[in-house]
Ligand binder design. Structure first.
Ligand SMILES: Cc1cc2nc3c(=O)[nH]c(=O)nc-3n(C[C@H](O)[C@H](O)[C@H](O)COP(=O)(O)OP(=O)(O)OC[C@H]3O[C@@H](n4cnc5c(N)ncnc54)[C@H](O)[C@@H]3O)c2cc1C
Length: 453
């Protein structure tokens, strides 16, 4: 029986394996998914995880629960030797081992782009993973608690200052959602703090934010954030964040307790440097329109036998675009559809049929900007505010995989609408022994009473 190895069980990998389970006949091939995380992260929910509107575990779709016929290996693929049809896997504990395969599917996604700016590595938190979203929310909630016990002054101002670096899609969504949480916290639960003490800074190097929408709706988003008290710094680069002191190229400087890094993606280092599969200048796998890895992405590119790729780690030709040489946008819309087609194409080739090319016409862009606020654009059609936010929720409820996830997410939205969001910081889970040790310090150690004969 042939072995299909899927490297990375995120959006594209999860959907490839899920569809393969449904399409493969008994005994036709076995599927293995390798991922260091035991779940697929539904990244579009991360901004709502920040804001406490989506429960963190509901943005994590368990691989073992939903891929019943697939072998799931918890580990990181550190190298792919396609000439010998072998991948090296490093588990979290224990020695590395090799996994042989007949067909490889490379869907390892991208990583957060890092820039060597002083202080960023020590201070900033990314926003690509569930644990980062949970930590950002807990930091904000903890900062509110700490600030409320202080007199107004520099420390209290720092605690109530939040900075997002990067005004792309995920940055703007996360910023809008966290601003919405902070504003409602101040109103409903922290009478000691005044609204003008909240300092929310969004820093963007270009002259506009949210490049996924056109200029006018982009300007509307800036105005709408500014009306809510936020400061949007355009044409501004972060020069330093040492010890939480933010210095911008515009001359602005301020202390910020929370710095969130949302400057976009870089190529996956494993794909870029540790495979013998072809990559382009940016370190992305070169994939043909039929999703087979190719010697290039154009129509004349030869396929690499038994190698497929999709999602954020691959350059896939965009046949729906009018521009020659255009590549599909790295987003979930494409990753899901590429994963599904990839499974159909593998099954087709196993049965001697030809694979089909990937063609997807964008469904438009939709972003949440916090509870009750959003923006949608499809070509010339722009919808703003509450209707766009409702559409955002509706779209993602339909899009999140499995009924079980949809029901869990909907239940949390309904209970939050009735009772509000949970506002307790559980940052202390990072240090569970602290409570235990602190208790031990207060409790006197019983000493043995000497017994005299
Ligand atoms: C905050 C945020 C919000 C977003 N919102 C939207 C949205 O509203 N709409 C939209 O269309 N897109 C959105 N996106 C983008 C979308 O989530 C990504 O484009 C999509 O997840 C890409 O899918 P993928 O399978 O290529 O990569 P991923 O989903 O990132 O999956 C890659 C997987 O590979 C694993 N992996 C990595 N390296 C290795 C290795 N060496 N070995 C084994 N496994 C490995 C990772 O653990 C991960 O599970 C958002 C992204 C973010 C960060």
């Amino acid at each position: 029986m042939r072995t299909i190895l899927v490297v990375g069980g995120g959006y594209a990998g999860f959907y490839t394996a899920w569809k393969l389970e449904k399409k493969l006949r008994r005994g036709e091939a076995r599927v293995i998914v390798v991922d260091p995380r035991p779940y697929m992260t539904y990244q579009p929910f991360l901004p709502e995880v920040l804001a406490g509107s989506v429960e963190s575990r509901h943005a994590a779709v368990s691989l073992r629960r939903h891929l019943r016929k697939t072998k799931v290996i918890a580990g990181r693929v550190t190298a792919i030797d396609h000439a010998n049809r072998t991948a090296t896997v490093r588990p979290a504990v224990g020695p590395a081992f090799s996994v042989g395969y007949d067909i490889v599917v490379v869907t390892a996604g991208a990583v957060t782009r890092k820039l060597a700016i002083p202080g960023v590595a020590d201070q900033a938190i990314g926003m690509k993973h569930v644990e980062e979203a949970v930590a950002i929310r807990d930091r904000l909630l903890t900062a509110f608690d700490q600030a409320s016990a202080l007199e107004p002054g520099p420390l209290r101002r720092r605690l109530l200052t939040v900075t997002f670096v990067g005004g792309g899609f995920s940055g703007v969504e996360g910023f809008g959602e966290l601003l919405s949480l902070a504003t409602s916290l101040q109103k409903t639960s922290y009478p000691e703090l005044s609204p003008d003490e909240l300092n929310f800074h969004l820093v963007e190097a270009r002259d506009r934010i949210l490049p996924e929408v056109s200029d006018r709706p982009g300007r509307w988003v800036v105005r709408s954030l500014e009306k809510r008290g936020a400061r949007v710094h355009r044409n501004a680069e972060l020069l330093s964040a040492r010890n939480g002191h933010v210095v911008l190229s515009t001359g602005a400087e301020f202390d910020s307790e929370l710095i969130v890094w949302t400057v976009g993606n870089a190529a996956n280092p494993m794909v870029r440097s540790h495979t013998d599969l072809p990559i382009d200048q940016s370190g992305m796998l070169t994939v043909r329109a039929d999703l087979r890895v190719g010697t290039g992405t154009g129509p004349g590119a030869a396929p690499v036998p038994d190698a497929w790729g999709a999602g954020d780690d691959a350059t896939v030709p965009d046949l729906a675009a009018k521009r020659a040489g255009a590549a599909t946008v790295p987003n979930a819309q494409n990753a899901v559809r590429q994963g599904k087609l990839l499974a159909s194409n593998i099954v087709a080739t196993l049965r001697g049929r030809n694979p089909k090319p990937y063609v997807h016409h964008s469904l438009g862009t939709i972003a949440t900007l916090g509870i009750g606020r959003g923006i949608f654009q499809y070509r010339g059609l722009v919808i703003k505010g509450f209707p766009a936010w409702l559409m955002h929720r509706g779209y993602h409820l339909l899009a999140v995989p499995t009924w079980e996830r949809k029901i869990r997410v909907l239940a949390v939205w309904c209970t939050a609408a009735l009772f509000g969001r949970d506002i307790v910081s559980l940052a202390s889970v990072q240090h569970p022994r602290e409570a235990f040790l602190a208790d031990a310090e207060l409790t006197p150690v019983p000493t043995a009473v000497p017994v005299h004969a």
